[in-house]
Design a protein around this ligand. Structure first.
Ligand code: ZN
Ligand code: ZN
Length: 260
């Protein structure tokens, strides 16, 4: 498989993953035109996409889904519960392209996909992709982690993991009203650098060697802060970034293409 973050963060999220037999977009939180442009940067034509897999209905994940699906006749695939919120948002997508799953796993040709529910303020799912012994997980918009989530992700060589905010920046910031701060840091919002570090610590023990920090807040985090804070926390547990695990940061620009 190969996988890339084409945009990550509260401004818009979009991943691309492909195997020998299938090409998948995970979320399109950019305009349709921008999504097409970014796919062009990696040599993929929009009509080559087999399916748009959606994590949840928030606009930073679905902004361009309707237009992209309509224009290129691509099916949109999401959990039945996600469709409850998304159906009215997607005006142009024809019913034949509104596809749902309701089990916790399904196949996309040669890729086995596991969908794990994430605690968030709307129904939301993380995805774990397996093919030929490779395992890649994408987990963003996580209110808090639990054993079910960690169990599903364990054994992934590569994990895209949310590191949304720095606690001190969120507390000290003056832009967000208290209610929004509570929403973000509550159990159904997002996870902090601190919580991400604890998840990474657990994943490294079960073999994960590459982490990409994702869905960073523009207001309450920076790529450098997330990277240094988390590396320092891991060091306290004897985990050295660069030796035991590599940590990249996904930003609003296309990131590294990983091949597994
Ligand atoms: Zn989001
Ligand atoms: Zn969200």
């Amino acid at each position: 498989m190969r996988v890339i973050s084409l945009s990550s963060g509260s401004e818009g999220n979009m991943f691309y993953l492909e195997s020998e037999k299938v090409k998948v977009l995970i979320d399109i939180g950019l305009s349709c035109n921008e999504a097409v442009r970014r796919l062009g940067l990696i040599g993929v034509k929009p009509n080559e996409i087999d399916v748009i897999l959606v994590t949840h209905e928030h606009n930073d994940h679905t902004k361009g889904v309707d237009a992209f699906s309509y224009k290129f006749d691509i099916p949109v695939f999401a959990h039945r519960d996600v469709w409850e919120n998304m159906n009215i948002k997607l005006k142009k997508t024809p019913s034949k392209n509104r596809r749902f799953y309701e089990t916790d796993g399904f196949r996309l040709r040669d890729v086995q996909v596991k969908a794990v529910p994430l605690p968030h303020d709307v129904p939301c799912f993380g995805y774990i992709f397996e093919n030929n012994g490779s395992k890649i997980s994408i987990l963003t918009d996580i209110g808090h982690t639990n054993e079910r989530i960690l169990d599903s992700v364990r054994g992934s060589q590569l994990v895209y993991l949310e590191a949304n905010y720095d606690r001190d920046m969120l507390t000290a910031g003056t832009k967000y009203p208290p209610a929004l701060k509570r929403r973000i840091s509550g159990g159904r919002g997002h996870i902090s650098n601190d919580e991400a570090a604890m998840v990474i610590r657990s994943l490294v023990m079960t073999g994960t060697r590459q982490i990409v920090l994702a869905h960073l807040s523009k207001e309450n985090n920076t790529p450098l802060l997330a990277y240094t804070y988390i590396s320092d926390r891991l060091k306290e547990f004897g985990i050295i970034e660069g030796t035991h695990v590599k940590i990249d940061v996904a930003t609003t620009e296309p990131g590294t293409m990983f091949r597994l």
